[in-house]
Design a protein around this ligand. Structure first.
Ligand code: AMP
Length: 296
């Protein structure tokens, strides 16, 4: 496994893999890697692809006052994990390599960038779209693996790739959870034990929504309302949003039909430090006659 910090070397190394006839899968990350990231690499590996992973904490997707400086970083441990998972190339540029003096381009995906997480983190998705576009131009993979945990990001990147005819397949990876049900996240390391146990209200509330849907509830408002009530009754959790949306377009969903995501974003407060934003969701898939055929 080669660890690369320069885009020029990355391009050459990918070209060498292509000469060997390999398809190329790409897993972009911000590091502080965990089981969720490993699952993305495994999905790429199952496709027999050469795997490029990137580790870059992208300053442009953090607003002033957010946790850019304190975002967890551990390049050595991350590379060790990627090596064990069979990654071929790790691209770990610094901010000057990605944004050299004079860098002036912004990628804006209208609509989806401004709602939900985009509403509470203005500018965040412009930063995400810009860096993902730049990384895809550098790697030029056949496919990119993205986690459904960050559903809004996944749908935004899908829109961008379609709009710009980038010719990259988007592969969505299911949410990986810790043993207690909390969606695995680099930011979970910030949760003290009390905050973590409060955060478990999120998977509990989603499990209740699942139970209600499996019992026949099809009103998106009823499911979102049940989740919101459970979260609002949990001390130490501040709800950012609970919304049901179409899984392809992110348009608001009124009923569970087709593929619907029930999205949760909530801040878990900590005794000593700023609250930690946690994201989770549940996906409902129905068949053409409206029967619920999958919840994940
Ligand atoms: P991050 O390093 O947090 O920017 O995440 C990099 C990629 O890993 C994104 O596509 C995330 O959606 C994905 N990811 C992070 N956590 C999980 C998880 N628990 N399950 C599945 N994918 C995840």
């Amino acid at each position: 496994m080669e660890i690369i910090s320069k885009t020029s070397r990355l391009r050459a190394a990918v070209a060498e893999l292509r000469k060997l006839g390999r398809t190329v899968g790409f897993v972009p990350t911000m590091g502080a890697l965990h089981h969720g990231h490993a699952s993305l690499v495994r999905i790429a590996r199952e496709r027999q692809a050469a795997i490029v992973a990137s580790i870059f904490v992208n300053p442009r997707q953090f607003a002033p006052g957010e946790d850019y400086e304190s975002y967890p970083r551990d390049l050595v441990a991350d590379c060790e994990m990627l090596r064990k998972e069979g990654v071929d190339l790790v691209f770990a540029p610094d901010a000057d390599e990605m944004y050299p003096p004079g860098f002036a381009t912004r990628v804006e995906v209208d609509g989806i960038s401004e709602i939900l997480i985009g509403a509470s983190r203005p500018g965040h998705f412009q930063g995400v779209a810009t860096v993902v576009c730049k990384l895809l131009c550098a790697v030029r993979p056949d496919f990119v693996v993205l986690g459904w945990k960050d559903a809004q990001q996944l749908v935004l990147v899908t829109r961008m790739v379609q709009d710009l005819d980038m010719g990259v397949e988007i592969v969505g990876a299911p949410i990986v959870r810790d043993g207690d049900g909390l969606a695995t996240s680099s930011r979970n390391a910030r949760l003290d034990p009390a905050a973590r146990s409060r955060a478990l209200a999120i998977p509990r509330a989603l499990a209740e929504a699942r139970r209600l849907a499996e019992a026949g509830e099809r009103s998106a408002a009823a499911l979102a309302g049940a989740v919101r009530t459970m979260l609002e009754e949990s001390p130490g959790l501040e709800v950012d949003h609970v919304e049901a949306v179409d899984a392809r377009t992110f348009a608001p969903a009124e009923e569970i039909r087709g593929s619907v995501l029930l999205l949760v974003a909530a801040r878990a407060s900590r005794a000593d430090g700023p609250a930690v934003l946690l994201l989770d969701n549940l996906r409902f898939d129905c068949n053409a006659s409206g029967a619920l055929v999958g919840v994940s």
